[in-house]
Design a protein around this ligand. Sequence first.
Ligand SMILES: [Ca+2]
Ligand SMILES: [Ca+2]
Length: 536
Amino acid sequence: MIKSLFSFCLVITIVVAGTKNTRSPVVHKSSVLFEQRLSQISNNEFYITNYGVYGHNVSSAGAGWFWPRGSARAYIYGQSIWFGAKKRNLYDTVKVVSVGYNPNSGASWFAPGSVVDGMRVLPDTDPRAKKYYMYVGTDFSSEGKNTKNGSLPDWPLRWKNSSKQPGKDGYYGDYLSDSTERAQYPPVFISDEDMFCIYKDTDTLRNPEYKPNTGYPLGLDIQQTVYSWGSGPSKDFVYLIYNVINKSGDTLRECYLAPAGDSDIGSSTNDHNSFYSNDSILNLAFQFTENEGGYIGVIGFDFLESPVVKTSADSLLIFQRTGRAKNVGSQIGLTTFRNWGIDNDPPNGPARYDFMAAGVRDGDTGPGDKRLLMATGPFTMAPNDTARVVVCVLVAPGKGNPISGDVQTNGYLDSLVALDKYAQLVYDNDFQIPMYVQDETLAPKVFSLAQNYPNPFNPETEIRFTTGVSSHVSLKVYNVLGQLVATLKNEYLKAGEYSVQWNAQTLTGSHAASGMYVYRLEAGSLVESKKMILLR
Ligand SMILES: [Ca+2]
Ligand SMILES: [Ca+2]
């Protein structure tokens, strides 16, 4: 449960139809890009948004992960990923954590969209916004057309390294649910329901803790694909696949990625969290409840895939287009597991970072209303690097009274562990990951220059710009007479998002006087300028 409904209401401004009771299958309001959907196939009946929150019903501010389907048995109150990194910022290295779900407030700092279309959320009237709704495979025909809303883009995923034709050979859940067709494409294990979306951490208006010069945002695009099934043992687990792309110009060091949030099994006050330590290969964290009517399941969270590095100072060895790492043992795996009570949330970015990087595995301290977090890291991301992490969420029946004796050895977890091993086996042997194909008809602007912030300013302000291709870039400040006052950037830059601070110091080292100034970006053939005001 969240502690403060008040702050939740302030931060989450999404208005969507549907409540926990009605379980509206499609929550999709045409005037607002923010969207949540309800899974239709899996035995896990869960809400998921196009900005990373899952297991939370945003519209009713309530639990959003139920098992088995059709029951009122809640297992998750709300969850997403946190992404933490160290980066150079002005004169220091700062610890920054972008929060996909804050269990204290319910807030998400992520927003639908890709950084290539700007740091802020696109207005719904912008035609580019359409590609940032949630894609759900069962909405699409075999030709990849959206049968629910023809004005939305085609299915965006294609097989990597494939010469197959879009439409016939693209990746559509409903198309490949045909077993005859499916047999033509072994060894692919096709999901019955696929959901895909892209979101980013760059819209600082979404971050209630945002302050200039604290290192935010990290400049991440997160491509998220969720796979679920309706039959066999697979119906009890769900894969969440994250491709996290560093779209900033900064190298992000000692990165950690962690599913984090609040699981509540039925009543939130009598739950236990722990980490399964009897198997060194499984990265399995789990939660169970003390006996209460009807709640007999145990929920688990596992990294099926995590990044591969030689050392934490090296960049990633595995990239989106080079395929997954088959050898689980060469991956970083789970390095931190945290289990904490509702009153002990880490209060800010550096504290969250230290929490994720602690390298500890907290034990069961239940019963209570507990949060949990499992982190993989550290790894380094150069600009444009992609880190892929695959999380499995699974629910299996428990046995007997879980608080009598050790759940690790008394057999209570047997069904969960067996299911998790099966989920890992399926992923390792039979699962190929399609790649996102950028819709070229909706090609991003190559360059963009943002308004400085704050403005007016005294004495420091921040100017952000995006270069879609690598080129020589200059960013200069002029006074109203057209005289050069300061050169903020004048060098060859890789494609990416950049942030520059100006402390109102002139070329000669003196302090610029109050007044209007023009900053001018030249990148390739583009010239763009904006005005800013220094008020001393
Ligand atoms: Ca409970
Ligand atoms: Ca809880």
